[in-house]
Design a protein around this ligand. Sequence first.
Ligand code: UDP
Length: 242
Amino acid sequence: MSLEKVDIIGVKVNSLTMGEAVDRIGEFIKNGKSSLVATANAEMIMRATYDQELQDILNAADLVVPDGAGTVWAANYLGHPMPERVAGYDLAQELMKEAPAKGYRIYFFGSAPQVADMAKKKAEEWYPGIKIVGTRNGFFTAEDEPGIIADIKAAKPDILLVALGVPKQEKWLYAHLKDLAVPVSIGVGGSFDVMAGIVQRAPKWMQKAKLEWLFRGLKQPSRIGRLMALPKFVFKVMGSKK
Ligand code: UDP
């Protein structure tokens, strides 16, 4: 399996297909050591240029998938074509699709109260036989953390999906990875909101036209400011080309 990594303005991203990402995660589950998976879109990579802690975490992660058209574009532009985009939401769904047959146990941590539970209900409807072994909303204080960690450990998941937003989810996971002792942990951003039907993903044609970022910006006006990361990312990638 290709393990090639492409350096995109300081973040090393794996060049692989969705199928390869799912297989690799299956291997992580088999070997049982705590693995961290990150889904790097342009906004995250851009943030890592001024958030050294995030950059270090991403570069220490066991797998960094190319989430988003911007990441795939950058790799191609830098002369390292990537086979396809591996969006975090889609990766989570692919793993859940495989979960009943493979017996994967999954824990949902993050999003507003009730949203993770709603996402669990959806997962049980979409993937019959799936074991969602626990949920916890993503709003907590430092005092709550030992209890959250104990609950996750007691549920013995194979896969921990964490939706606290970037970079909180990556930092939280990195800090607690050893303690959690879960084979695979993945930061999945707004995925539970999408599963619960609170946030919509762009229609397929927009995803294909590489316009999902625009759809998200228009649908959630609070994100408009975040769109500015995209042109900055493009300029930075262009400037980094040797
Ligand atoms: N969230 C959370 N705890 C927090 C802050 C955010 O659980 O302290 C959740 C929020 O409810 C949402 C997700 O984190 O479900 C972030 O979604 P977003 O689409 O902003 O993710 P990003 O684009 O940062 O990956």
